[in-house]
Design a protein. Structure first.
Length: 188
């Protein structure tokens, strides 16, 4: 059985990952698609759980061998993508695939899968709120925050290309809206 695909994209700090984790915890038929990347593993990360960690050369070889559904060179020499084998792994279990990807990756996946996929954009209430959330994380430098806020302003411009937009002003409401949208799509 080929399951459905649920694509969640958002600017950094919008709450996308929190919403995706909630959906995965509340629906046993959903499974997270683990992306491949060419960056170094961070402390506490596990290969095959957080990402499939590849060297840039391994990543480029897999590109040449057509092993990716979609991939992107996010920064020079820094690749991220979705392996075809990852979807097969999830579908063979009878589950639906959940993607937590950046905005460009989300749009690329939607172009590939069309109506088989539901593309959801998680919108922050405002750029100011987004900036405050990033500051509150306490994990980023002021320079990184400024870069993410600038990128967020650009990414919000793509929201209309997604099937649905959920504004994450109240997390419990965003959870409920995401559950409703996902359940409705899966039951079609």
């Amino acid at each position: 059985m080929k399951g459905k695909l649920l694509i969640f994209s958002a600017p950094s700090g919008s709450g996308k990952t929190t919403i995706v984790k909630h959906l995965l915890e509340t629906n046993p038929n959903l499974e997270f698609s683990i992306s491949a990347c060419s960056r170094a593993m961070r402390e506490n990360e596990v290969d095959g759980r957080d990402y499939y960690f590849l060297t840039p050369d391994e990543f480029r070889r897999k590109i040449d061998e057509n092993q990716f559904i979609e991939w992107e060179e996010v920064y020079h020499g820094s690749y991220y993508g979705t392996l075809k084998s990852e979807l097969q792994r999830i579908w063979e279990k009878g589950n639906h695939v959940v993607f937590d990807v950046d905005v460009k990756g989300g749009l690329n996946l939607k172009r590939v899968f069309g109506n088989e996929a539901l593309a959801v954009f998680i919108m922050p209430p405002s750029i100011d709120v987004l900036e405050q959330r990033l500051i509150a994380r306490g994990t980023e430098t002021p320079e990184t925050i400024a870069k993410r806020v600038g990128k967020a302003a650009e990414e919000i411009g793509y929201a209309s290309q997604f099937d649905i937009t959920i504004v994450n002003e109240n997390l419990e409401q965003a959870f409920a809206e995401a559950e409703n949208v996902v359940n409705s799509f899966i039951s079609k």
